[in-house]
Design a protein around this ligand. Sequence first.
Ligand code: PLP
Length: 222
Amino acid sequence: MIIENLKRIRSEIAQAELLYHRSPGSVLLLAVSKTKPAADIALAYRAGQRHFGENYCQEAILKQRQLGAYDITWHFIGPIQSNKTKTLATCFDWVHSVDRFKTAKRLSEQRPIHLPPLNICLQINISNEYSKSGISLASLPELCQQIVELPNIKLRGVMAIPAPQEDFKQQRLAYHSLFKAVKMLDNVAFDTFSYGMSGDLVAAIAEGSTIVRIGSALFGAR
Ligand SMILES: *Cc1c(COP(=O)(O)O)cnc(C)c1O
């Protein structure tokens, strides 16, 4: 099933890129493997998938050990506990869910010197009542300014998890203002918009997403 799902999602992404005038290949598929076994990751890997996203630090570390021989780019997308920043800084290539300066500072300090800078995104709360994590759009410029000074992390862009919506237009609307607001920021050169999940990837691509984070549509229900 995973192989068929992967093919279908890849073609959905390619079609959406075409339809919404996005460059071919400009949207990265991040396979969200939380709660799924390492064997599922290995299956997708053998079908060419290289980027995987995990939400829970301990769970991710166990799978990373089992998959040590694989050339995987690991993304952390879950809530960050401050006692886990060292593990995140050591074991991941990307952290999408940074929402305070203190976390960014710790990640920078704890990033091992032999590794390239850690890629990070700032999580933006675009549906206030739905999510407790993420910063407001209004506080983005100031946080950016503080974070760009940090040496061992690379601020790549923003991440968002909107409240689930069935309606395509509503789905687009949620991302539209975020995309526009980020494009209007001076002094930041973001290349990453991490949004779009199984239920709204086409709307996300229509609104400028560069990383869609797909779990259940790929690996099945959790
Ligand atoms: C679980 C999760 C996803 C994937 O969600 P699906 O609806 O299963 O595709 C994406 N992003 C985050 C932050 C998640 O926690």
